[in-house]
Design a protein around this ligand. Structure first.
Ligand code: IVH
Length: 680
């Protein structure tokens, strides 16, 4: 009895230490990935650490704390958002639109302060949603929106899902930090692609998408949108021991908060203008949207002397980039059929220059939008680069109509295969539901060979279309039957390109199966979901037989996706394709780390292992990799946190120390035996 009590005491103590250590490691990797953008471990390794922590916390629920990395998505959906008062208001900025207005700002500052040489902090103006984060004793306590500046909404649960927001700062300070939450451009495009597939209305730009994601009552939805933040200020300058904006940003960064690195301290208004010119030219290269530049007087004493008006500080100004819009003629509307059968209208425009590129086509998204905006053929239309990404038609200019313009009707039949188009319930999109529609098949093959899918080099949109037209491929399986002599007959296909293509096709057979799963183009199954499925089932044959219940048991899998997977694999034509792919030698197995293997069923899972001495059957590096694969963590030195020492020949001081600490020691034979048991 006594022994047992002692045992659980020890276990608890060990768990506590291990939990603290895991949290620290996870926080550090999180910081590297989401703040420094310089990860040191793979996503799979990160997930594994998080799983180890989840397991330990599940065994000792009272050791869970709100700042644990496992608590980023925990909460249930809220009925509504609570109001949060901002005792120190969240101000906005006054704007400048040209050089003259900026020079006037500089003059005003110099006049009011009597200082000749002013240092300005130049920052990018991130186009997202203003947020305020309150830390108490270094712990994230509450996060809110700006609202009207004095009262915002409590969105703590949602903000916790953003991994760039630390749940713990590196010093135990009380601090209210302000910044901008945003959605990276890539993520914006991914979400809109997904919404297009599910027939949901598209977000107009990354800012709307960020706002929509943060105003979700269910934090699980927010967690699926890879939002990020840049923090740019503090509510009360007395809370940090700094006296300049530049030093404050450095300090925020040191505290572990994410601060934009493109900031620059300059010492004249001419240098401010240079900074603006530079970013106006290069903004498209950023992976987030900016809508201008913010210029702030660097010195806090000068800021205090200048003060604020009711709405905005006198010591800062936002230079707004000119809108990237232009007026042009809408010549025609073409419809294209996508991989999932969604029919999208595209505007064909009189070419016009926009943000440095010539625009001749712009998406009109769907018929409802054309109606809502009353866009007619022959209209003059305002086009904009939505978030610098895809050009879109903003509105028609009705006042410029001459009377010849005609209303547009979407076709009732598929332009490619002629079958009747349908509008599925709750969807805004029209779809061609003919499974044999050539347009869908062609788009499906383009998707199958794309980088995140089977990654077949040399097979771009052009070549696929060429193969398709020549009747050489009608589905993905045909790619593996392509013959050298057939390919050589095609236009612009020389010996070398044919050989390269065949080699790339051959190589793709070895891909780990998640690439194939993604490539099949199952509705709602993106690259990440494909990886989850592969990890959970291990191979395609097992996945094919899974029922909804098994699918729903996977974390991150919702009912819609589970239904889509089951429906997909029930189709006879899918079975036929899979059989042909398998016969061609395409790999159906997952080559990465299996979830369950990592999780529990190994003698190393959750253990901290040290290797020492000479091993004969493998190098220490290989042994370490095996242990990591099996859910263990390998460290270099023996301490009270070590669970197991594997001692090869001529083991020295580490062995002595382990023996002193009473840590379990295995020799190589015992280690090999354990590995062999796992392999079975
Ligand atoms: S400073 C009191 N700096 O722009 C000064 N604002 O009206 C408060 N914004 O929605 C703003 N990037 O969230 C500042 N580097 C930056 C910014 C920035 C974006 C947003 C801010 C607010 C609007 C200003």
């Amino acid at each position: 009895m006594e022994d047992e009590a002692h045992q659980s005491q020890v276990d608890r103590g060990t768990a506590l230490a291990r939990i603290a250590q895991l949290r620290e490691t996870i926080d550090a990797h999180n910081y590297r990935y989401h703040v420094l953008d310089d990860p040191k471990i793979t996503d799979a390794e990160y997930d594994q650490l998080l799983r180890q922590l989840q397991q330990l916390e599940a065994a000792f629920p009272d050791l869970v704390t709100p700042d644990s990395p496992t608590q980023r998505v925990g909460g249930a959906p809220l009925p509504h958002f609570e109001k949060v008062a901002h005792p120190i208001p969240m101000l906005s900025l006054s704007n400048a639109f040209n050089e003259q207005e900026l020079r006037e700002f500089d003059q005003r500052i110099k006049r009011a302060t009597g200082v000749e040489r002013i240092s300005y902090m130049c920052e990018l103006k991130i186009d997202g949603l203003a947020i305020s984060l309150r830390y108490e004793n270094g712990r994230f306590a509450q996060g809110s929106t700006r609202g009207d500046g004095s009262v915002g909404e409590d969105i703590t649960q949602n903000l916790k899902t953003i991994r760039a927001i630390p749940l713990r700062l590196r010093r135990p300070v009380d601090l209210e930090v302000r910044g901008e939450a945003y959605l990276p451009k890539k993520e914006f495009m991914r979400i809109n692609r997904e919404r297009e597939e599910t027939g949901e209305a598209l977000f107009a730009n990354p800012r709307n998408a960020a706002a929509g994601s943060l105003r979700q009552l269910d934090p699980k939805i927010t967690a699926k949108r890879a939002l990020s933040v840049f923090m740019y200020g503090i509510a009360d300058s007395a809370e940090l021991d700094v006296r300049q904006q530049s030093a404050m940003l450095d300090d925020l960064s040191e505290l572990g908060l994410k601060v934009n690195n493109e900031r620059q301290l300059v010492h004249s208004i001419d240098d401010v203008l240079d900074y603006i010119d530079r970013w106006q030219a290069h903004r498209a290269e950023l992976d987030y949207e900016i809508d201008g530049i913010v210029i702030k007087v660097d010195d806090f004493s000068l800021q205090e002397a200048l003060g604020t008006t009711a709405k905005s500080p006198r010591w800062a100004i936002a230079y707004k980039f000119p809108a990237e819009e232009a007026v042009t003629l809408l010549k025609a509307i073409e419809v294209t059929v996508g991989r999932t059968g969604v029919v999208t209208p595209t505007a064909v425009l009189e070419p016009v220059t926009l943000a440095g590129t010539t625009v001749q086509r712009a998406s009109l998204h769907n018929e409802d939008l054309i109606r809502e905006k009353d866009i007619r053929l022959g209209d003059h239309v305002l086009v904009r680069k939505a978030g610098d990404i895809i050009p879109e038609v903003v509105q028609s200019l009705a006042e410029r109509r001459a009377g010849e313009e005609r209303e547009y009707r979407m076709p009732t039949h598929c332009p490619e295969c002629g079958s009747e188009l349908v509008r599925l319930e709750d969807e805004v999109a029209l779809r061609c539901i003919n499974p044999n529609c050539p347009a869908q098949t062609r788009e499906g093959i383009i998707h199958f060979v794309s980088r995140d899918a089977m990654n077949i080099d040399g097979l771009g949109e052009k070549v696929v279309t060429q193969l398709f037209r020549a009747g050489l491929v009608r589905g993905p399986a045909d790619l593996y039957d392509l013959q050298r002599d057939e390919l050589l007959k095609l236009e612009r296909m020389g010996e070398k390109s044919v050989d390269n293509l065949l080699t790339a096709i051959e190589r793709s057979k070895q891909n780990s199966v998640e690439k194939l799963i993604f490539g099949l183009g199952i509705r709602l199954v993106g690259a990440k979901a494909a990886e989850l499925l592969a990890q959970a089932f291990g191979d395609l044959d097992t996945l094919r037989q899974a029922d909804e219940e098994q699918l729903l048991a996977i974390e991150g899998m919702g009912p819609k996706m589970a239904d889509s997977v089951v429906t997909y694999f029930a189709k006879p034509e899918v079975a036929a394709t899979l059989e042909r792919l398998q016969a061609a030698g395409v790999n159906f197995a997952y080559k990465g780390l299996r979830q369950e293997q990592v999780a529990t069923d190994s003698p190393f899972s959750g253990k901290t292992v040290v290797l020492t001495g000479t091993l004969h059957e493998m190098s220490r590096k290989e042994a370490g990799e095996k242990i990591t694969t099996l859910g263990g963590k390998v460290t270099g030195s023996v301490s009270k946190n070590t669970d197991l020492l594997i001692a090869g020949e001529k083991a020295g001081s580490k062995l002595t120390k382990a023996e002193q600490l009473g840590i379990e020691v295995w020799d190589e034979a015992r280690f090999l035996e354990a590995l062999a048991n796992v392999a079975e």
